[in-house]
Design a binder for this molecule. Sequence first.
Ligand code: DGJ
Length: 471
Amino acid sequence: MLWLSLVLVITGLGVNGQSAQAASATITNGTNWTDTAGNPIQANSGNILKVGATYYWYGEHATNGKFDKVNVYTSTDLKNWTFGNSILTKNSATELNSSKIERPKVIYNATTKKYILWAHYENGSDYSLARVAVATSDTPDGNFTYKGSFRPLDYESRDMTVFVDTDNKAYLITASRQNNGGANNSMAIFRLTDDYTGVASLVGWVFEGAYREAPAVVKKGSKYYLFTSQASGWYPNQGGYATASSITGTWSALSPFGDPSAYATQIHSIATITGSAGTSYIYMGDRWNPLNLSDHKFIWLPLTLNDSNSTATLNWYSSWNIDAATGTVSLPTLTNHALGKPATAISTASSSATSNANDGNAQTSWAAASATWPAWWQVDLGAAKKISEVDISWFMYKGSEAYYKYKIEYSTDGINYTTIDRTTNTTYGFTTDAVSFTARYVRINMVNAVLHNNPNNWYTPTLHEVRLMGS
Ligand code: DGJ
């Protein structure tokens, strides 16, 4: 396993003086994850279900834009994932031979003792059918029996999730179409039938006219959190969440989470990990590469749900630890040396400030005074600091995203600079670079931005946040 290493953490001494040990797994983001046999994990946009002491991780695998299979992997430590089965394949039913199956989710019905798979179903070439597909199994990793595809109560349904509440009522939350508006203009919440294999009723609408996709629901205590993305194809965008005291609403207004690209991800699920010492939440995101969909990465981040004010916080960690036995998360002890330090730039638009790019708030931004490239922004750390990671949240413009060609330039005297060339970057929205240097001055040299739907770069150089992480 390259992507995770087992770390034995001494968690403390017991009253009798014996040491207690817990296995803590390191989640490493941005790398290619492999299963225990060394094969790439193929489980996009799915979910995690716990059965007994075992976690089942479901997700889809497509080839050339068409559904191939829904896979399941198992683990007890959230670290070592063993391939279990392809629970649904393009050969499971005729209508799956050449189709799309996206965002598969498996839930368990305690009354029927069945495992039920819900997914977004489309023909193999476009997104016009707007259906859900359902399949069932007696075991979590069996060959699921395909039940067919349909529009819930004749409403369109695209990006979707299913959620089982603590009272065992289950719901379909889906990007739909309301009042003859545009595709995905509003999200619909449907109550499922008691056996979870059908749709019983339309509960209501949420985010009406807001064009939200990628729903994911989690409940903590008596609060429900509904996370979504904007709609921009396979490009990342600013995620937002709403809260409610009931799954049926009323839902709050949307608040942003993460940075303007949700750290270059699109959410698909939140895993609830309960252990002997508490419960933690894992944000499960897809980092799609819109330029090459087979180049996909799983991004898992610790998600903090704050009870006091019902807010959610998602920060970036290139690596972090989770202990499945205790249910606890431990975070790296790196310092952001750029935070709040004096910053300068080639120019600054009157509506922004250089400090906006290192104020710890990814919603604010520094922008240059004109759309002239290259451009630079620099921070003075006050003294030479050892930097091991450079995280940059770039400007995103929904539907006209760009990736940024840039250079990281650093200096101890402000005169002589050394350059790390990142003009080969093609990641949209958020970049994280492992580096190793000691410097007082760090300059982000924005060489160019490459827009996906416009060959001419009309962007004004803009930075949302620069974090210079080090010891
Ligand atoms: C955005 C959705 O969130 C994805 O699941 C996928 O359907 C893409 N659109 C397709 O462009």
